[in-house]
Design a protein around this ligand. Sequence first.
Ligand code: F6R
Length: 266
Amino acid sequence: MSIPFRESDYSGMKVLVVPDAWQASLIAVESILKVIQSAQDERGRAVLGLATGSTPETVYAHLVERHRTGFLSFQNITTYNLDEYYPISPLDPKSYRSYMHRHLFSHVDIAPHRAHVLDGTVPEAYVAEHAAQFDHWIEADGGLDVQLLGIGRNGHVGFNEPTDLPVEQALRLATRLVELHMITRADAAREFGGVDHVIPRALTVGVASILAARSILMIATGAHKAEAVACALNGPMTAELPASLLQTVADKVTWVLDEPAAQGLP
Ligand code: F6R
Protein backbone atom coordinates (compact mmCIF):
# COMPACT_ATOMS: atom_id res chain seq x y z
CA MET A 1 0.00 0.00 0.00
CA SER A 2 1.42 3.39 -0.81
CA ILE A 3 0.52 6.27 1.50
CA PRO A 4 0.53 9.82 0.11
CA PHE A 5 2.73 12.17 2.14
CA ARG A 6 4.05 15.73 2.08
CA GLU A 7 7.85 15.82 2.03
CA SER A 8 10.05 18.68 3.19
CA ASP A 9 13.49 19.37 4.57
CA TYR A 10 14.37 20.90 7.94
CA SER A 11 18.00 21.46 8.94
CA GLY A 12 18.94 18.90 6.25
CA MET A 13 16.62 16.21 7.66
CA LYS A 14 13.91 14.58 5.58
CA VAL A 15 10.41 15.15 7.00
CA LEU A 16 7.35 13.23 5.82
CA VAL A 17 3.95 14.44 7.00
CA VAL A 18 0.77 12.35 6.78
CA PRO A 19 -2.73 13.10 8.04
CA ASP A 20 -2.86 10.73 11.03
CA ALA A 21 -0.94 8.42 13.34
CA TRP A 22 -2.12 5.27 11.58
CA GLN A 23 -0.63 6.43 8.27
CA ALA A 24 2.55 7.52 10.04
CA SER A 25 3.00 4.00 11.36
CA LEU A 26 2.40 2.51 7.91
CA ILE A 27 5.04 4.79 6.37
CA ALA A 28 7.45 3.85 9.16
CA VAL A 29 6.85 0.14 8.60
CA GLU A 30 7.47 0.48 4.85
CA SER A 31 10.73 2.23 5.61
CA ILE A 32 11.82 -0.40 8.18
CA LEU A 33 10.98 -3.22 5.74
CA LYS A 34 13.14 -1.55 3.07
CA VAL A 35 16.06 -1.30 5.52
CA ILE A 36 15.66 -4.97 6.49
CA GLN A 37 15.54 -6.00 2.84
CA SER A 38 18.63 -4.09 1.80
CA ALA A 39 20.63 -5.11 4.90
CA GLN A 40 19.74 -8.74 4.30
CA ASP A 41 20.64 -8.43 0.61
CA GLU A 42 24.02 -6.91 1.52
CA ARG A 43 24.99 -8.89 4.61
CA GLY A 44 22.40 -11.63 5.03
CA ARG A 45 21.15 -10.08 8.26
CA ALA A 46 19.72 -6.87 9.72
CA VAL A 47 20.29 -5.12 13.04
CA LEU A 48 17.47 -2.93 14.31
CA GLY A 49 17.45 -0.39 17.14
CA LEU A 50 13.98 -0.38 18.68
CA ALA A 51 11.95 1.99 20.85
CA THR A 52 9.05 1.45 23.22
CA GLY A 53 6.24 3.81 24.31
CA SER A 54 2.84 4.35 22.75
CA THR A 55 4.06 5.63 19.36
CA PRO A 56 5.64 2.41 18.00
CA GLU A 57 2.86 0.08 19.20
CA THR A 58 1.10 0.17 15.83
CA VAL A 59 4.43 -0.23 14.03
CA TYR A 60 4.96 -3.49 15.93
CA ALA A 61 1.38 -4.55 15.21
CA HIS A 62 2.05 -4.13 11.47
CA LEU A 63 5.36 -6.02 11.68
CA VAL A 64 3.64 -8.87 13.54
CA GLU A 65 0.96 -8.94 10.85
CA ARG A 66 3.62 -9.13 8.10
CA HIS A 67 5.18 -12.03 9.96
CA ARG A 68 1.83 -13.77 10.52
CA THR A 69 1.00 -13.57 6.83
CA GLY A 70 4.39 -14.99 5.84
CA PHE A 71 5.99 -11.82 4.46
CA LEU A 72 8.57 -11.21 7.18
CA SER A 73 10.87 -13.48 9.15
CA PHE A 74 12.97 -12.34 12.09
CA GLN A 75 15.35 -15.32 11.81
CA ASN A 76 18.14 -13.11 10.48
CA ILE A 77 17.25 -10.04 12.51
CA THR A 78 18.96 -8.83 15.67
CA THR A 79 17.40 -6.10 17.81
CA TYR A 80 18.67 -3.69 20.45
CA ASN A 81 16.20 -1.73 22.53
CA LEU A 82 16.86 1.85 23.54
CA ASP A 83 16.10 1.79 27.21
CA GLU A 84 14.81 0.12 30.36
CA TYR A 85 13.75 1.32 33.78
CA TYR A 86 16.25 0.67 36.57
CA PRO A 87 15.94 -1.32 38.67
CA ILE A 88 13.10 -3.45 37.32
CA SER A 89 12.38 -7.13 36.82
CA PRO A 90 11.86 -8.22 33.20
CA LEU A 91 8.72 -9.94 34.51
CA ASP A 92 7.22 -6.62 35.65
CA PRO A 93 4.56 -5.69 33.07
CA LYS A 94 5.88 -2.10 33.19
CA SER A 95 9.37 -3.17 32.12
CA TYR A 96 10.33 -2.48 28.53
CA ARG A 97 11.45 -6.11 28.19
CA SER A 98 7.91 -7.09 29.00
CA TYR A 99 6.52 -4.44 26.60
CA MET A 100 8.68 -5.87 23.79
CA HIS A 101 7.58 -9.38 24.61
CA ARG A 102 3.91 -8.31 24.49
CA HIS A 103 4.10 -6.24 21.32
CA LEU A 104 6.70 -8.03 19.21
CA PHE A 105 9.04 -10.75 20.47
CA SER A 106 6.42 -13.30 21.51
CA HIS A 107 4.63 -13.01 18.14
CA VAL A 108 7.57 -13.46 15.77
CA ASP A 109 10.38 -15.93 15.12
CA ILE A 110 13.20 -13.85 16.61
CA ALA A 111 15.89 -15.88 18.41
CA PRO A 112 15.76 -14.95 22.12
CA HIS A 113 19.50 -14.30 22.26
CA ARG A 114 19.24 -11.76 19.44
CA ALA A 115 16.51 -9.66 21.09
CA HIS A 116 18.53 -7.39 23.37
CA VAL A 117 17.04 -5.15 26.04
CA LEU A 118 19.14 -3.42 28.69
CA ASP A 119 18.94 -5.45 31.89
CA GLY A 120 17.15 -3.77 34.78
CA THR A 121 18.31 -6.49 37.17
CA VAL A 122 22.07 -5.92 36.94
CA PRO A 123 23.46 -5.01 40.38
CA GLU A 124 24.29 -1.32 40.51
CA ALA A 125 28.03 -1.97 40.88
CA TYR A 126 27.98 -3.65 37.43
CA VAL A 127 25.68 -1.24 35.63
CA ALA A 128 28.49 0.74 34.00
CA GLU A 129 30.07 -2.48 32.73
CA HIS A 130 26.73 -3.75 31.40
CA ALA A 131 26.07 -0.43 29.66
CA ALA A 132 29.52 -0.44 28.05
CA GLN A 133 28.99 -4.05 26.93
CA PHE A 134 25.67 -3.10 25.32
CA ASP A 135 27.43 -0.47 23.17
CA HIS A 136 30.16 -2.99 22.41
CA TRP A 137 27.64 -5.67 21.33
CA ILE A 138 25.96 -3.22 18.95
CA GLU A 139 29.34 -2.44 17.38
CA ALA A 140 30.36 -6.11 17.29
CA ASP A 141 27.09 -6.85 15.47
CA GLY A 142 28.19 -4.40 12.80
CA GLY A 143 26.15 -1.41 14.05
CA LEU A 144 22.47 -0.61 13.71
CA ASP A 145 20.95 -0.58 10.22
CA VAL A 146 18.17 1.62 11.54
CA GLN A 147 17.41 3.22 14.88
CA LEU A 148 13.71 3.71 15.47
CA LEU A 149 13.00 6.68 17.75
CA GLY A 150 10.14 8.44 19.48
CA ILE A 151 10.44 11.91 20.99
CA GLY A 152 9.50 12.92 24.53
CA ARG A 153 7.52 16.10 25.17
CA ASN A 154 10.79 17.46 26.58
CA GLY A 155 12.66 16.48 23.42
CA HIS A 156 14.35 13.40 24.87
CA VAL A 157 15.49 10.52 22.66
CA GLY A 158 15.73 7.16 24.36
CA PHE A 159 16.08 8.38 27.92
CA ASN A 160 18.74 10.93 27.00
CA GLU A 161 17.09 13.73 28.93
CA PRO A 162 17.61 17.49 28.53
CA THR A 163 20.95 18.57 29.99
CA ASP A 164 23.07 21.71 30.11
CA LEU A 165 26.13 19.89 28.72
CA PRO A 166 27.84 21.54 25.75
CA VAL A 167 26.77 19.95 22.45
CA GLU A 168 30.21 18.34 21.83
CA GLN A 169 29.97 16.50 25.16
CA ALA A 170 26.35 15.49 24.69
CA LEU A 171 27.21 13.96 21.32
CA ARG A 172 29.66 11.64 23.06
CA LEU A 173 27.20 10.36 25.71
CA ALA A 174 27.46 6.59 25.98
CA THR A 175 24.92 4.05 27.21
CA ARG A 176 24.42 4.64 30.93
CA LEU A 177 22.20 4.95 33.98
CA VAL A 178 20.25 8.23 34.10
CA GLU A 179 17.76 10.11 36.26
CA LEU A 180 14.43 10.62 34.53
CA HIS A 181 13.31 14.20 33.89
CA MET A 182 10.13 15.43 35.59
CA ILE A 183 8.21 15.60 32.30
CA THR A 184 9.20 12.00 31.51
CA ARG A 185 8.02 10.93 34.95
CA ALA A 186 4.77 12.85 34.57
CA ASP A 187 4.17 11.14 31.21
CA ALA A 188 4.78 7.71 32.75
CA ALA A 189 2.54 8.42 35.76
CA ARG A 190 -0.58 6.75 34.39
CA GLU A 191 1.25 3.49 33.71
CA PHE A 192 2.77 3.46 37.19
CA GLY A 193 -0.38 4.56 39.05
CA GLY A 194 0.87 8.04 39.97
CA VAL A 195 3.97 10.15 39.42
CA ASP A 196 5.43 9.20 42.80
CA HIS A 197 5.43 5.54 41.78
CA VAL A 198 7.37 6.04 38.55
CA ILE A 199 10.79 4.40 38.81
CA PRO A 200 13.00 7.51 38.80
CA ARG A 201 16.02 6.05 37.00
CA ALA A 202 16.60 4.18 33.76
CA LEU A 203 19.27 2.70 31.54
CA THR A 204 19.47 4.32 28.13
CA VAL A 205 21.46 3.81 24.97
CA GLY A 206 23.58 6.94 24.66
CA VAL A 207 23.38 9.73 22.11
CA ALA A 208 26.64 8.49 20.54
CA SER A 209 25.28 5.01 19.74
CA ILE A 210 21.98 6.42 18.48
CA LEU A 211 23.76 8.81 16.11
CA ALA A 212 26.07 6.03 14.91
CA ALA A 213 23.15 4.07 13.39
CA ARG A 214 23.31 3.87 9.58
CA SER A 215 19.82 5.39 9.42
CA ILE A 216 17.48 6.96 11.96
CA LEU A 217 13.71 6.91 11.77
CA MET A 218 11.90 9.23 14.15
CA ILE A 219 8.12 8.94 14.49
CA ALA A 220 6.15 11.65 16.26
CA THR A 221 2.38 11.82 16.45
CA GLY A 222 -0.08 14.02 18.32
CA ALA A 223 -0.32 17.73 19.10
CA HIS A 224 1.41 17.23 22.46
CA LYS A 225 4.64 16.57 20.53
CA ALA A 226 4.35 19.60 18.22
CA GLU A 227 6.49 21.99 20.25
CA ALA A 228 9.38 19.55 20.77
CA VAL A 229 9.19 18.53 17.09
CA ALA A 230 9.33 22.13 15.85
CA CYS A 231 12.30 22.97 18.11
CA ALA A 232 14.20 19.79 17.19
CA LEU A 233 13.70 20.32 13.47
CA ASN A 234 13.95 24.04 13.17
CA GLY A 235 15.59 25.34 16.32
CA PRO A 236 19.25 25.54 17.34
CA MET A 237 21.15 22.37 18.17
CA THR A 238 21.24 22.07 21.93
CA ALA A 239 21.57 19.31 24.53
CA GLU A 240 18.64 20.96 26.30
CA LEU A 241 16.52 19.44 23.53
CA PRO A 242 18.33 16.15 22.79
CA ALA A 243 16.34 15.41 19.60
CA SER A 244 17.90 18.54 18.05
CA LEU A 245 21.24 16.68 18.15
CA LEU A 246 19.94 14.59 15.24
CA GLN A 247 20.78 17.64 13.12
CA THR A 248 24.47 16.60 13.34
CA VAL A 249 23.74 13.50 11.25
CA ALA A 250 20.95 15.13 9.22
CA ASP A 251 21.44 13.23 5.98
CA LYS A 252 20.60 9.87 7.54
CA VAL A 253 17.56 11.05 9.52
CA THR A 254 13.91 10.76 8.46
CA TRP A 255 11.07 12.15 10.54
CA VAL A 256 7.56 10.75 10.05
CA LEU A 257 4.94 13.08 11.51
CA ASP A 258 1.18 13.22 11.59
CA GLU A 259 -0.45 16.62 10.96
CA PRO A 260 -0.98 17.41 14.69
CA ALA A 261 2.70 16.78 15.47
CA ALA A 262 3.73 18.92 12.47
CA GLN A 263 1.51 21.87 13.36
CA GLY A 264 4.35 23.96 14.86
CA LEU A 265 6.46 23.79 11.69
CA PRO A 266 6.59 26.85 9.43
C1 F6R B 1 11.08 4.60 24.67
C2 F6R B 1 11.86 5.81 24.40
C3 F6R B 1 11.27 7.16 24.61
C4 F6R B 1 9.96 7.33 23.84
C5 F6R B 1 9.39 8.72 24.02
C6 F6R B 1 8.02 8.88 23.37
O1 F6R B 1 11.85 3.46 24.39
O2 F6R B 1 12.99 5.69 24.04
O3 F6R B 1 12.20 8.12 24.18
O4 F6R B 1 10.17 7.07 22.48
O5 F6R B 1 9.26 9.01 25.38
O6 F6R B 1 7.12 8.05 24.02
P1 F6R B 1 5.63 7.85 23.50
O7 F6R B 1 5.73 7.12 22.21
O8 F6R B 1 4.96 7.00 24.56
O9 F6R B 1 5.04 9.21 23.36
